[in-house]
Ligand binder design. Structure first.
Ligand code: AMP
Ligand code: MG
Length: 312
């Protein structure tokens, strides 16, 4: 079946997408982080379709997207840390893990049958317009098959070849280009489960010292599998020179390679280019992509995290 690509700015297209989702179908849509593959988070069958499309393991729960904090706290139980974080960072690239509100009809598959739920209010106003029209939480992981690079353009979504996907709401290139920060605020001291655009320093300014995802993170957050976002070529990280037969993925001109995530060394620009450039370099016949060192500060922590997972 043919996939229609509409602008996410078009209210008619959003209305049609909303109808598809309320009828249990799936829609891919732009957010400021990466493109999501969305379905009604309260509809078990719709969520099952998401897992099937992505071939995603059922133990890996999905993030539910809502248009404002009020809707979020109707689904997840607000702790003081949750309220403080929401106040500063929503709408935006931050996902909060909270205890599921008693009686909220979230599909069991959405939260992988756990008693917690991951919720985000996306930063992009057109994404929020879509969510507010639907009026239900939308479960939306990245619109790629499990274990592959996250899509940051509508073309990347098309390239995944999801059979039967009717609609993609196109918002151009994603502004941020890496997935949201995931912070567990369900009880006690908040724990960072996945680094993202909202950095540890920014979080700690709001809630004080936090815990970091440790080696047992995959138990706390099943999605933190070591191997993720893997391109087909292998990656050699922190390369300071190009070796024979390699192609380079540069940062700030360190390798003198053509593909530079940001020639000016801007981490925001580098994050937004990361997945698209990895895709471009991941060609048949290319065995190794040598990646220049990227500073481990600010957004650089999230970039290094994604590169590490892609390199496994
Ligand atoms: P993705 O949808 O691929 O961006 O991944 C969502 C991330 O959030 C994964 O790392 C999940 O394991 C994590 N996540 C979602 N729900 C929960 C939850 N209830 N508890 C802990 N981590 C969660
Ligand atoms: Mg993903």
């Amino acid at each position: 079946m043919y996939t229609h690509v509409y602008s996410i700015n078009d209210p008619m297209a959003r209305a049609e997408a909303g109808r598809v989702i309320l009828n249990g179908g799936l829609v891919a849509f732009a957010t400021e982080t990466v493109y999501g593959l969305g379905g009604d988070a309260t509809n078990e069958m719709a969520v099952a379709k998401i897992f099937a499309y992505k071939a995603r393991p059922l133990y890996n729960p999905l993030i539910s997207h809502v248009h404002d904090a009020r809707s979020a706290f109707a689904i997840g139980q607000a702790t003081s840390a949750a309220l403080a974080m929401a106040d500063v960072f929503w709408p935006g690239p931050l996902t909060l893990v909270m205890k599921l509100m008693d009686g909220f009809p979230l599909a069991c598959l959405t939260s992988a049958n756990m008693d917690t739920v991951a919720i985000r209010v996306p930063g992009d106003p057109t994404t929020r317009a879509l969510l507010s029209e639907i009026g239900r939480p939308i479960a939306a992981p990245s619109a790629n098959r499990s274990g592959r690079l996250s899509p940051t353009t509508a073309d990347h979504v098309i390239a995944e070849g999801f059979d039967g996907l009717k609609i993609i709401l196109d918002g151009g290139c994603c502004m941020l280009g890496v997935e949201s920060t995931v912070l567990d605020v369900s009880s006690g001291i908040p724990r960072l489960l996945r680094p993202g655009a909202v950095t540890q320093e920014q979080i700690e300014e709001v809630v004080g010292p936090i815990k970091l995802a440790s080696d047992n993170a995959r138990l706390l957050s099943p999605g933190m599998l070591a191997s993720h976002y893997a391109p087909i070529a292998s990656l050699r990280l922190n390369a300071t020179e190009l070796w024979d037969g390699e192609v380079g993925l540069d940062f700030a001109g360190q390798l003198g390679a053509d593909m530079d995530l940001s020639s000016l060394g801007d981490l925001l620009e580098a994050a937004s280019n990361l997945f698209a450039y990895l895709r471009t370099l991941d060609l048949p016949g290319i065995k190794t992509i040598a990646v220049a060192p990227i500073p481990r500060r600010g957004l650089g922590v999230a970039i290094n995290d994604r590169l590490q997972r892609a390199a496994v």
